[in-house]
Design a protein. Structure first.
Length: 489
């Protein structure tokens, strides 16, 4: 395990050349404040977790001091935003610091909020404390739920004023991912007709994640990469839908080529089950509503496939994309069966699940609380814990569904205690509700970081009971629902 001053980075992506971005030094805070470091990510990177208390994080976490070998690099990409191609995108407030290898896996460190770059357009290149905390917590929330995601190594704050809807204070985090390559990287090189560089990027990505394709022709590599990304993306969105997570801004520049949850902005977890839940207050048409996510991800994969048309024929591209829907359905069905405690696969399971979701929608019942209560259900009548979540007007519908569920459980070979244990490990007690994130943010803005530490710990173990923190598992008050969230960029 390394000390902070022993960390050394390489820069394989930056070595690809000028077509892929621009070297840019960070603009550090004059008076950085160390807020939090993530011991689990430190362990993942081979950094001694005891270093979590090292005050040097304040300088490393804002670019005032660089890790050995770091060569900060602003990545260039483009993408479709709300369905419209935008050629003027790129790392406008973030820098790729470099890569760190640990146990055969290469991890990239990316400093967000590091100041202006050639791709900042009219932006100031900064991030604010509010959005930085949301990303820091968001990565841990999905990681704790077993959903692929980027994570963050540390947060650093400052007293530097940053103007958004109001004047806030600047902050930075170091994001950690196996790669920061987005769909938009391939789109940029395709639309600007830099086909040799596009080929190099395909080769580079395959060397990292599909090494068995080394030396194969461009067409074979591009096809395999598209199939790989299609599979990963289908699995990812199935996880979101089962967990009740809405990303909020699924532009192609926010889509990871390896299927990680990427670029946390105006995201939100469902409170009441609302299929048309919109968490981004800029999404006036509902393009990125919760129930629209599978279709939008497929739309984005089509945009990526178009970039690969430089190497791969249209029929093959269509064949690749046709894998998405069956993969999504199978993965989502498997996740929902686990949430319902079903080990066997039966034809009626999809109808049983759809019937439950219709009940939850009509009852405006809390999605997470209902499934957590169902994980304790053993056929009791009346089902008091479930009736507490479903309004009286829907109790008859609840009873009808439970009768169907009870009948289905007779086909299972597990006993109720075993089933309950399995369901408790699949249905979280704690999720990152927006009202909880706001509670943490308001405390942090008052320089109280204890709520951040508490919620951070709960999200790392969301299936455990944590009886001393019951209030963090409660449904939001009415004022805590439908909170307007912006991406703050």
């Amino acid at each position: 395990m390394k000390k902070l001053d022993q960390v050394s980075l390489s820069h394989h992506f930056a070595d690809l050349g000028d077509a892929f971005g621009t070297p840019v030094p960070p603009s550090p805070f004059e008076r950085p404040d160390f807020i939090h470091a993530n011991p689990a990510v430190m362990q993942q990177l081979g950094i001694d977790p005891a270093e979590a208390a090292n005050p040097a994080w304040a300088e490393y976490g804002c670019g005032k001091r660089l890790f050995h070998g770091s060569r900060p690099f602003a990545m260039k990409y483009t993408g479709h935003q709300f369905g419209v191609y935008n050629p003027d995108l790129g790392d406008g407030r973030a820098l790729l610091l470099g890569e760190l290898e640990r146990d055969g896996t290469r991890w990239e460190l990316h400093l967000k909020g590091a100041g202006k770059t050639p791709y900042s357009r009219f932006g100031d290149g900064r991030a604010v404390l509010r959005s930085t905390i949301r990303e820091y917590l968001g990565g841990e929330a999905l990681y704790g739920l077993g959903i692929p995601t980027t994570r963050a190594l540390c947060i650093v704050g400052s007293d530097e004023p940053v103007v958004r809807e109001k004047i806030e204070t600047g902050a930075m985090l170091i994001r950690v991912a196996e790669t920061h390559i987005r769909f938009g990287h391939f789109e940029y090189l395709f639309y600007t007709k830099q086909l040799e560089a596009l080929h190099r990027l395909v080769e580079f990505t395959c060397a990292r994640f599909l090494p068995e394709l080394e030396g194969q022709p461009a067409a074979e590599q591009a096809e395999a990469l598209l199939r790989f990304t299609t599979r990963r993306s289908a699995s990812l969105v199935a996880g979101w839908q089962a967990a009740g997570f809405a990303h909020g801004v699924l532009n192609t520049d926010n889509m990871s080529i390896i299927g990680d949850t990427f670029d946390y902005g105006p995201y939100g977890f469902l409170d009441d089950y609302e299929p048309n839940f919109i968490c981004n207050h800029s999404d006036h048409t509902g393009r990125y509503a919760f129930e629209q996510q599978p279709g939008v991800v497929l739309w984005n994969l089509n945009a990526l496939a178009h970039a690969f048309s430089a190497f791969v024929g249209a029929d093959t591209l269509r064949d690749c994309l046709e894998e998405f829907q069956p993969l999504l359905i199978d993965e989502y069905a498997a996740r929902m069966r686990t949430k319902l405690g079903l080990q066997q696969v039966e034809d009626g399971d999809q109808h049983l699940c759809a019937e439950l979701l219709q009940l939850l929608e009509q009852a405006q019942a809390d999605y997470t609380l209902f499934f957590r209560a169902l994980a304790h259900y053993r056929g009791e009548r009346p089902p008091a814990s479930l009736q507490e979540i479903v309004p009286v007007a829907q109790h008859a519908a609840l009873e009808q569904w439970l009768n169907h569920y009870d009948q289905r459980l007779t086909h299972e070979q597990s006993d109720s205690r075993t089933r309950n244990r399995t369901m408790l490990a699949a249905n979280p007690k704690y999720i990152l509700r927006n009202y909880l994130a706001q509670k943490v943010i308001e405390a942090a803005e008052a320089h109280d970081f204890r709520p951040l530490q508490t919620l951070f710990g709960l999200l790392q173990a969301p299936f455990d009971e944590h009886p001393e923190h019951e209030s963090w598992a409660a449904a939001p008050p009415p004022s805590g629902k439908h909170m307007p969230i912006s991406c703050s960029s």
